[in-house]
Design a protein. Structure first.
Length: 180
């Protein structure tokens, strides 16, 4: 048997009823807040789904310039040296195709990737001012994914060629060790 001769219960006989009502109200509020949260999340999901549907219904790009780039997402090569050479070749090709003249280029850290797996090359070149944007777009929009880490531009390096820019460009790319 349970003794109910507690001095607190004798003094305040409505205390158990008040505690029970407080627990019921607490549970009701928790349930209401949970339902409100679920409804909000469902609304956000519906908005995201409608946005995705609108994006998917947009007409596909017809020009090659707007088509998704093809190729591997990361630098390829069995070793860091091969991957660094591929990165340097990619940067050199972008500069040359835009009419630039390579002055010097180097692989940073001797082709050893950083702690997070990135390889980095630094290239110095000269080019017409109008071509710099083309080089940057080619590097950042193409494959593999490359990132411009440093861009230093000096204008009017030659008095005869005032439209020429001297550019120092540091580009990095992610390499997964041992990946072909």
């Amino acid at each position: 048997m349970i003794k109910t001769n507690s001095p607190l219960l004798i003094r305040y006989p409505t205390l158990p009823l008040a505690l029970y009502c407080a627990m019921i109200v607490g549970c009701a509020l928790t349930t209401a807040f949970s339902i409100t949260h679920v409804v909000e999340q469902y609304g956000i999901y519906g908005e995201s789904l409608s946005r995705l549907t609108r994006l998917q219904q947009r007409p596909a790009a017809t020009s090659d310039a707007r088509a998704a780039p093809r190729g591997e997402s990361f630098l390829e090569g069995n070793t860091a040296t091969v991957a660094s050479a591929a990165l340097l070749q990619r940067v050199t090709a972008a500069v040359s195709s835009a009419g630039g003249i390579i002055i010097s280029s180097e692989v940073e850290q001797g082709g050893v990737p950083s702690k997070d797996g990135y390889l980095k090359v630094v290239t110095n070149f000269e080019m017409p001012q109008a071509s710099l944007q083309r080089v940057l777009h080619d590097l950042e929009a193409g494959m593999p994914f490359l990132f411009v880490e440093q861009l230093l531009v000096q204008t009017g390096v030659n008095s005869a060629k005032s439209a020429q820019l001297r550019v120092r460009l540091a580009v990095s790319g992610f390499w997964i060790a041992g990946r072909r």
